[in-house]
Design a protein around this ligand. Sequence first.
Ligand code: AMP
Length: 426
Amino acid sequence: MQFEDLGLHDALLHSVRAQGFTAPTPIQERAIPHVLQGRDLLGLAQTGSGKTAAFALPSLQAMLEPSGRGRRRDPRVLVLAPTRELVSQVAETFRTHGKDLGVRTTVIFGGVGQRPQVDALRKGTDVVVATPGRLLDLLGQGLIRLDAVGLLILDEADRMLDMGFIRPIRKIVSHLPAERQSLMFSATMPDSIRALADELLSDPAEVAVQPKAKTAPKIEQALYHVGQESKVDLLQQLLSDPDVERAIVFTRTKRGADRLAQKLGRTSIEAAVIHGNKSQNARTRALEAFRRGRTRVLVATDVAARGIDVEQVSHVVNFDLPNEPESYVHRIGRTGRAGATGVALSFCDPSERGYLKDIEKLTHRSIPVRRDHPFASVEDARTELPPKPGGQRPGPSRGGPSRRSARSSVPGRRTAPSRSRAGRVR
Ligand code: AMP
């Protein structure tokens, strides 16, 4: 299928071509026609699938219709997203594709002064992309009107619920016209999301591009059993591999992120850091340095990293395993984006075995274990022997190091995983 087959306006076709997109991604192919027909939509899609353009392009097309509502230039499209980074990226997509249509997009999020945001609203805007907290705050102060919104989009709805945004979302929705089109995108489809969809959507079309909680394709995964005390040394060794072009390293805590970046700095590996205690400016600077390749390594916590859209992240390293197994799927989705192959390496110290079990249960697969490194923990050697009852035993016989990767301790990107192994790397 081609973009031309989707019924998009010429100006939008021009801008997707200018972005170098040759064909729509599966979520775009399936979602765009429904949205253009004015239907509500429930989309199951991960970050990296092209879902932002899947809702931004038809939303922008709707802007070409004359507005029936609103006296002034009040927002006609409202996008809610969980984090400031995601808000910025969604807004960027609207701006990129809406440039030639004269569409104005305004971002609203907390952690920075509200003045510039309020000024932008006063000048008039067509699209508002917002985190729920600050938007509700502005609504409470009477600084924004939402009665001209004809299209509501909830992006990463599962994450918004995880972050406790359900009440703000309900309150915001109560300010919108009852007659509107609503779209909801989520990376997972737990019952809570179904319930929210029942509440907010009317006879929605449903499109899914990933089976529930399966990790994205084309990501080569590996697990290193390593004691906490040796993690920095192992990381340093892995990062010294030239195949690691651009890496995001995840820690569980903000303090852990700061400490790790300092330790790496002492070994002359410069790393940028983002987490929730950093100011918005510091986060933007860190992301910019990483995006432009000034720093090769970004150390991040889960919430801060959510929605980061940086091309060509060659490696994701789970320095700590996440305590929520879904975060593993989100984390490794940072690499291997839009068709590129990526590598996800996870460190597991003996105290993190429970987290590993949860992850493997959710993704229905064992992560291949790498043992050809000098920091293998004793625990690993001990637990290696008995096969897992009724399950796959992680080890060389079931997806362990390939002949190629046995030579290097980092599964590389120069050679794509062979077919037989790639089959297990889902
Ligand atoms: P998203 O899932 O919206 O975060 O998008 C992930 C990445 O895919 C972004 O960097 C987009 O620029 C890129 N992208 C979106 N649509 C396409 C497409 N049709 N072809 C190639 N890349 C795309």
